[in-house]
Design a protein around this ligand. Structure first.
Ligand SMILES: [Zn+2]
Length: 66
């Protein structure tokens, strides 16, 4: 157990691109970087929030970066 305890929230309707499990994707910030992780397998990705939302839901909600 080397993981730092961080706030994770499930992405509703998201599907894991690796194991294809539904509602298994959690989104949280790790050192300021938006990170998506699957709770069913070891899938993990770090990227900009807009891209995460796009991949997870297939639609851009609208994120404005400074
Ligand atoms: Zn998975």
């Amino acid at each position: 157990m080397s993981r730092v305890r961080v706030k994770k929230r499930f992405v509703a309707g998201a599907k894991c691109p690796k194991c294809h499990a539904q509602d298994s994707i959690v989104l949280f910030k790790e050192q300021g970087v938006e990170t998506v992780e699957c709770v069913e397998c070891d899938y993990r990705e770090q990227q900009a929030e807009a891209e995460v939302a796009k991949q997870a839901t297939g639609a851009v909600i609208g994120v404005f970066k400074p």
